[in-house]
Design a protein around this ligand. Sequence first.
Ligand code: ADP
Length: 379
Amino acid sequence: MRVLVINSGSSSLKYQVRDTTTDEVQANGLIERIGEGNGGPLDHGAAMDLVATELEGVLARRPLDAVGHRVVHGGERFSEPVLINNEITRAIERLNPLAPLHNPANVLGIRAITAKWPELPQVAVFDTAFHRTLPEHAWRYAIPDSLYRKYGIRRYGFHGTSHEFVTGRAAQLLGIPVSEFNAVVAHLGNGVSLTAVQSGASIDTSMGFTPLEGLVMGTRSGDLDPSILVFLQRQGMSADEIDKLLNRDSGLKALAGDNDMRAIVDAAQSGDQRAAMALAVTSYRLAKYIGGYHVAVGGAQAIVFTAGIGENSSAFRQLVADRLGALGISLDSDANKVRSKQARVISAPDSAIPVLVVPTDEEAAIAEATLKVIQAVPR
Ligand code: ADP
């Protein structure tokens, strides 16, 4: 099958055409500056026209069979990928308040495809779906129930497509059936999240009501005392200013003056104290969470690193592993330094828990999920 994978943001649209039989990427691209007025496409419909033009050659040979959309928020309703129809699109739209930057853009992407290729089946793949198995004691905040009932304030978790994909590949690499696999999976990109996987299912994850909670990220603070927000508001900061502060001007960028892990590691190695402290804060918090999730899953059979930093930064992986000695974890420093696109074990033979690097591929996961949904629908 030939699947167009769409990742639609508020001002950008990433796409890939994939052959699900050969797992080959046949085309990909990025349309930027949508709706910004300076010569970019007017709206998501115009962006889809550009995609269609860019794909003309590819599609002349063989048309598309389906479209798979990355949708950020599936709320409490969506626990797996679904075939899109008008009702589903409206349901995604009703979740807009929970993901104001993302879901509206995802809906625009869906509607643009519907307008352009009405006959093409579309599938929504949700970033939150894998975490629908969180038990109540993990998803509930200790605040009045009325806030959950009125606004849906609870933990949802994100990066689910990646965590699920990586969990499956890690189990495969270790020869353990995924339904019997306990692991702690660290997705370390610009966004960072950790998932506790028990018997193949997500039972806890570090991102919560929004992707701001949890670990230190590129530009996001992760956990902090909620009173800080109230304090800053009383100092005269507006809600928008606080939102920007915590989502765009915090994390590694605030600590090290940079959110590129390569630059931070280089700076720390040449004696930059701020960079070294940024690495210490980030690796310390992550190690603390890994220890907690090892307990949560009843003993992990693997610790898994993925995404930009997890797959590529041997220095950062080493810093985290150095803090996990109490769990009997040690890396094979040569194996850790190997650069590869393959899933691999990087722990020492006598490490109490194997440590893995498993490259994530959200587009491949979305294409696979789309294929599965389409095949299950009687036509
Ligand atoms: P996104 O969440 O935007 O998809 P990525 O998964 O691409 O992000 O991860 C981005 C992060 O990965 C950045 O901090 C970047 O510095 C880091 N990164 C990418 N390549 C390397 C590398 N070779 N060595 C160290 N860090 C890397």
